[in-house]
Design a protein around this ligand. Structure first.
Ligand code: MEV
Length: 308
C-alpha cells in the first residue's frame, strides 16, 4: 500500500494576470491536504473511491475525460504500463471543492505520487508537476501552471508561466487569515470570462495585468526583506484590480471589507475568485478577531496560516 498527501495553496498576488505571462506569488497551505492511498484490489480491476465527491466506481466505467480517470490513466501512460495491476485508488481531501483553495491539482499530485510509487516507479517532482498540469487542463482549460507547481514543490513560489520554477524566501514569517465564502466557483469560468474581457480590449486589460505585475514585484521584495506589513496595502491594490477584472463578488467583497474593519492590514480575494476564498494579512494576535469577523460576515470556514 502507498500513501501520498499534497497541500492546499493560496495565491498571494498575481492570479489571473499569471495566465497572461505575468508573475505571481503562491504558497502552500499545509492545514488542508489531499491524500491518495493505493492498495491491492483482491476483487480485480481498478477501483476509484473518492467519498468527498460520492464517487465509487471501476476506472473503466468513468468517462475518459473525468479528471480522476484522466490523471490515473496519465500515470499508466507516463510509466508505459499497458496492463496495470489490480488496485484501489482511495482519495480523500480536506480542501474545499471548487473553491479558490480547492485544487484538483492537490488531488492530482497525491494520486500521481501514490500510484507511481505503488507501481514501483516513483516519479520525480518535475514529472509529477507536468502530469498534474496536464490534468489541470480538464479543470480549467488554460491553466498557468502555478497551482500544480506550488503544490508539487510545497514551497513558496514566484511563478512565471513556462519559466523554470523559482522559490522565494520569506524574510520574516507573517500570518494570514483565509476566509472561505463557501460558494463553489469553478476557476474555469472566471478564467474564461477574463479571457473574453481581455479579447475585447487587449491594450486596456494588458495594462491592468502590468499593474498587477508591479504589485507582485514589490510584494516579493517586501516579503523577502521581512517588511511583511508593507504587503497589506499591496493586497488592497491587487484586490481592486481583480474587481476591475470582474472576478470578485458581493460575498468576497463583504469578507474583504470585514477583514479591513476588524484590523487586518490588507485583504484580497485569492485564486479564481467569484466565490472561493479570500485572504487577510494580520498581526498574529489579531487573527482570532479577524476570523470571527469573517464568520459574522458569512464565511463558511476560516483558516489561520503562517507563511514562512
Ligand atoms: C487559480 O488558482 C489561479 C488563476 O490565476 C488560474 C491559473 O493561474 O491557472 C486564476
Amino acid at each position: 500500500m502507498t500513501t501520498s498527501s499534497a497541500p492546499g495553496k493560496i495565491i498571494l498576488f498575481g492570479e489571473h494576470a499569471v495566465v497572461y505571462g505575468r508573475p505571481a506569488l503562491a504558497v502552500p497551505v499545509t492545514q488542508v491536504q489531499a491524500t491518495a492511498t493505493v492498495s491491492e484490489n483482491s476483487r480485480g480491476g481498478i477501483r476509484v473511491e473518492a467519498p468527498n465527491i460520492n464517487l465509487s466506481s471501476d476506472l473503466s466505467r468513468l468517462a475518459p475525460d473525468h479528471p480522476l480517470a484522466a490523471v490515473i490513466n496519465s500515470v499508466f501512460s507516463a510509466l508505459s504500463i499497458s496492463s496495470p495491476s489490480d488496485c484501489t485508488v482511495y482519495i480523500q481531501s480536506t480542501i474545499p471543492v471548487a473553491a479558490g483553495l480547492w485544487s484538483g491539482a492537490a488531488v492530482s499530485v497525491a494520486v500521481i505520487r501514490a500510484l507511481s510509487e505503488f507501481l514501483g516507479q516513483p516519479l520525480p517532482n518535475e514529472r509529477v508537476s507536468t502530469l498534474a498540469y496536464e490534468a489541470e487542463k480538464f479543470h480549467h482549460g488554460t491553466p498557468s501552471g502555478i497551482d500544480n507547481t506550488v503544490i508539487t514543490y510545497a514551497r513558496p513560489v514566484y511563478f512565471i508561466k513556462s519559466k523554470p520554477i523559482e522559490i522565494f524566501s520569506v524574510g520574516k514569517p507573517f500570518t494570514l487569515v483565509i476566509g472561505d465564502t463557501g460558494i463553489p466557483a469553478p476557476t474555469k469560468e472566471s478564467v474564461s470570462d477574463v479571457r473574453r474581457l481581455w479579447e475585447t480590449d487587449k491594450t486596456r486589460w494588458g495594462k491592468v495585468f502590468d499593474e498587477i505585475e508591479k504589485i507582485v514585484h514589490e510584494a516579493k521584495k517586501k516579503i523577502e526583506s521581512g517588511e511583511w506589513k508593507g504587503i497589506g496595502s499591496l493586497m488592497d491594490q491587487n484586490h481592486a484590480l481583480l474587481q476591475e477584472l470582474t472576478v470578485s463578488s458581493v460575498e468576497l467583497d463583504r469578507l474583504v471589507a470585514a477583514g479591513r474593519r476588524s484590523g487586518a492590514l490588507g485583504a484580497k480575494l485569492s485564486g479564481g475568485g467569484r466565490g472561493g476564498n479570500m485572504i487577510a494579512l494580520v498581526e498574529k494576535e489579531n487573527a482570532p478577531a479577524v476570523a470571527e469577523a469573517f464568520r459574522s460576515a458569512g464565511a463558511k470556514r476560516t483558516i489561520v496560516t503562517q507563511v514562512g
